[in-house]
Structure formats: C-alpha cells, structure tokens
Design a protein. Structure first.
Length: 184
C-alpha cells in the first residue's frame, strides 16, 4: 500500500512537470504573426525577419486605414535591412486604427497586425522659476571622524571612551564564557 501511494505521488509529479514544460514551450498566438509593429507619436514602424532578399528587394509593407480593404490601397513602403531583420516606417500618420501588412518579395505574407495611433500629448509650458540667493555653508559637509559634532568636550570623550571600554570587556567575557562554559 505504501509503495503504491509513493508511485502514485511520483507519477502525478512527473505528469505535472511534463504539462508545465509543454505550457512553457508553447508559443503565444501573437508571436505567430512574424512581424512586430510599434508606434512612437505619429510614426508607425514594422520589423520582421521572415523575408528573404530576391533581386535586391526584401518586400513591401503597407499601412491600411479602416476604409481600405486591400494591400494595393494602403500606403506602401519598401522594406530595408539585413538578412537578420527588415523594417519599414511611416511618418506623420494621423490618429486612428490601422492594419499593417508585410508582403515579402517572394509573394508570401510575413504577417498582419493592427495598431492604434493616438494623438500625441501637447506639451504644457510651465512658468519658469528664477533662482534666488540662499545662504550656503561656508565649508560644505564636514565628514570623517566626529565631523558632524562641533563641540566635543572632555566629558563627551570620556563617556564615549567608557562605553567603548565596557563593550570590549563584555565581548571578551562573552567569548571566554562561550569557549569554556564551566568558568565564570
């Protein structure tokens, strides 16, 4: 009975580990697209690594608004880049929802993705503040041993020395007591 319980528990652990490894290696649905679209202000850019160069041409990317239905109707830009990464960008894009389509030079679609371009925030002008003259320390920050305390008298030094001495004696007594517990 005990062996069967142990085998049941270890079998469940192995099954959970296998399910976890499958879940971690599965690709998310958004990564299947093959393109990555981003916006910065009124500029939309697309990056892909799915296209191959044919006759000096990587392919074309198109930006379609909601009223445009086909690749040919959109604003088209030629892809540029290297064998590792190709990109295209559109500037002065008005706010709205767009679809980006990347068509490789071999006729295959690298991917399609929607993007929202929002109105860039208008900069606000804040009133400028003019610096005023303030008193500053003449010698700066006083660092080092006792730099923060200005009037160290003999009483303060005596009390501090006594505290340090008591601490050293207490530490020595504690260590001696610990090494030989039968002594006082």
């Amino acid at each position: 009975m005990r062996t069967s319980l142990l085998l049941l528990r270890s079998g469940m652990t192995v099954a959970a580990a296998a399910a976890l490894s499958l879940a971690l290696t599965a690709q998310p649905a958004a990564a299947v697209s093959g393109i990555s679209v981003s916006t910065t202000g009124t500029t939309v850019s697309v990056v892909t690594s799915a296209c191959a160069q044919i006759n000096g041409n990587w392919g074309t990317a198109a930006l379609l608004n909601s009223s445009q239905a086909s690749f040919a109707q959109g604003r088209q830009v030629a892809l540029s880049g290297t064998a590792v990464s190709q990109s295209a960008a559109w500037s002065s894009v008005s706010p709205g929802t767009y679809t980006v389509i990347v068509m490789c030079s071999n006729g295959n679609t690298a991917g399609t993705q929607s993007v929202i371009v929002s109105t860039p925030p208008t900069p606000t002008v804040s009133p400028s503040v003019s610096p005023t003259a303030t008193a500053s320390p003449s010698r700066g920050v006083m660092g080092g041993l006792g730099g923060a305390a200005r009037d160290v008298g003999p009483v303060t030094m005596g009390v501090g020395g006594a505290l340090v001495g008591v601490g050293v004696i207490a530490a020595a007594w504690f260590l001696r007591r610990r090494s030989k517990p039968y002594r006082l």
